[in-house]
Design a protein around this ligand. Structure first.
Ligand SMILES: Cc1cc2nc3c(=O)[nH]c(=O)nc-3n(C[C@H](O)[C@H](O)[C@H](O)COP(=O)(O)OP(=O)(O)OC[C@H]3O[C@@H](n4cnc5c(N)ncnc54)[C@H](O)[C@@H]3O)c2cc1C
Length: 456
């Protein structure tokens, strides 16, 4: 994908090396290079865009990873506007399926929302108290006192019927793409805070507006911009170690080493421990890498035969698929997305397993073809969308925002606002790039002052 001169890279000292060419890495590369920095991006895969992956599958362009964006997500929305890329709406769902005390319900979307409302309203009632400013999560220090609570802990305290609790658990299992047992209540409230505490708008933000031409269109636009400003990209190259000292940061791959003033690390939290850092990173960061996060689920695409009408279905929390969204009517069927909270519970490329999982929600369902990507077994992901576990917010979050003198963190895993989203990846890269540029300006100004003083 690149025709860079390896020999020159080995001897060049960069201003910034960025590990990873997902949305965070691409944004940082563009922003830093646009301000005149020399930038090298080192990417393990043979492609850009990381946990977004738009590809032809099942006869159409499908998103295997990150998909939906929303105007409540200011960073990605600005980028779309900047590059003149529009959005495409998912279908307006008339029909919904859900479960009430184990009994399957088939009704309208309004009826499903009504059934969800008592639980969802009660769960988020203190959102604005603890997170009054969505993009400044540390505004109320009392929020950290909640960080021992899991989503399950909080649901257990609510005055709801068992059925309402179960539906609420499904909703948050879906949002975390993982178990609500380890899912941090603070993380759930932070998502809600980003839509002013309104769970319905939050849900709309999660699954309604897609990028026209796919996420690839936006990733390509930022990549082209970064290249235009002189950023260099190295693909198929895994970073194994980062060594820093008073003078430099040295990034070791399996076969070479590259030197820079600073390094921006954008790799997912779940696989951060695969890179060794010398000296060791601060303890709260190492604890976070060992703790991992909760988004360890799955996403599948399949063709459901004999159905034409778009629908939404909410299953039980621990089923291999707990949510279905029928997106694209095709000949003799509809292309459906399935989400489940445990990647190890289902092989999304296995027709029999997918059929079995869908039939729990739609008895007798006939599946013709299925596809997907196991992000949790992917050596460069290890997780789907990052959702913090209990204990991360209080102990580790600020350590990632601070980074160290030479090592900084950017990415959806480390974002202040929409953590877990494309927006979060762009946001944290925007912030960390600006911070580096400010430091460079400040340091140049100090040097100038010292030089002028010495000449007097
Ligand atoms: C199934 C799924 C559904 C999702 N749905 C949505 C959605 O609808 N809307 C939304 O906004 N978000 C969604 N997300 C989340 C979104 O895709 C991610 O949060 C976002 O793309 C992350 O960007 P990033 O740059 O922070 O990280 P990544 O995209 O993971 O980029 C990190 C890069 O680092 C590279 N890397 C890792 N280790 C190394 C190494 N040692 N050496 C070199 N390179 C390395 C990786 O290959 C990767 O390219 C979804 C994600 C998944 C998986």
């Amino acid at each position: 994908m690149s025709d860079i001169n390896q020999e020159r890279l080995d001897t060049q000292r960069f201003d910034t090396i960025i590990i990873g060419a997902g949305f965070a890495g691409l944004t940082a590369a563009r922003d830093l290079a646009a301000e005149g920095q020399s930038v090298l991006v080192i990417e393990g895969r043979d492609r850009i865009a990381g946990r977004t992956w738009y590809e032809e599958r099942l006869g159409m362009g499908l998103e295997l990873g990150g998909t939906w964006v929303h105007w409540t997500q200011p960073y990605v929305w600005r980028e779309l506007n900047h590059y003149g890329i529009g959005t495409v709406k998912s279908p307006d769902f008339q029909r919904a399926i859900w479960f009430e005390d184990g009994e399957r319900q088939d009704g309208s979307l309004e009826e499903l929302l009504e059934a969800m409302a008592p639980g969802c309203d009660a769960f988020g009632v203190e959102t604005r108290k603890y997170f009054p400013r969505a993009f400044e999560p540390f505004t109320n220090p009392e929020a950290a006192d909640l960080d021992h609570l899991s989503v399950d802990d909080v649901i257990a305290t609510l005055e709801l019927t068992d059925s309402q609790k179960q539906r609420l658990r499904t909703f948050w299992t879906l949002n975390f793409n993982g178990s609500t047992d380890t899912a941090a209540y603070t993380q759930a409230l932070r998502w809600l805070a980003a839509t002013n505490g309104d769970w319905q708008v939050m849900w709309e933000a999660c699954a309604t507006y897609k990028v026209e031409g796919g996420t690839k269109a936006l990733a390509d636009a930022i990549h082209q911009d970064a290249l235009g400003h002189g950023a260099q990209f190295l693909f198929n190259t895994r970073v194994a170690e980062v060594v820093t000292d008073a003078d430099r940061a040295t990034v070791h791959t399996l076969t070479a080493e590259y030197v820079a003033d600073r390094v921006i690390v954008t790799v997912p939290l779940q696989i951060l421990g695969d890179i060794s850092f010398t000296p060791a990173l601060p303890t709260p960061i190492n604890h976070a890498a060992a703790r991992g996060q909760t988004g360890l689920g799955t996403k599948a695409w399949f063709k459901l035969k004999g159905h034409a009408e778009p629908f939404m279905a909410l299953g039980e929390p621990d089923w291999p698929f707990n949510f279905l969204q029928a997106e694209y009517p095709v000949e003799d069927g509809i292309i459906v997305i399935g989400f489940g909270s445990d990647a190890s519970a289902i092989d999304v490329t296995d027709l029999a397993q997918v059929t079995d999982a869908v039939q729990r929600i739609i008895p007798g369902a006939e599946i013709e073809a299925t596809t997907g990507h196991d992000w949790c077994s992917d050596e460069f992901a290890g997780e789907t969308w990052p959702m913090h576990s209990v204990g991360h917010f209080k102990e580790s979050f600020t350590a990632f925002v601070a980074g160290t003198d030479r090592v900084r963190f950017a990415g959806a895993d480390y974002a202040l606002g929409w953590g877990g989203f494309i927006d979060g990846a762009i946001e944290s890269a925007t912030q960390q790039s600006r911070r580096i540029l400010n430091e460079v300006v400040a340091s140049a100004s100090t040097e100038r002052t010292l030089s002028e003083a010495s000449q007097k």
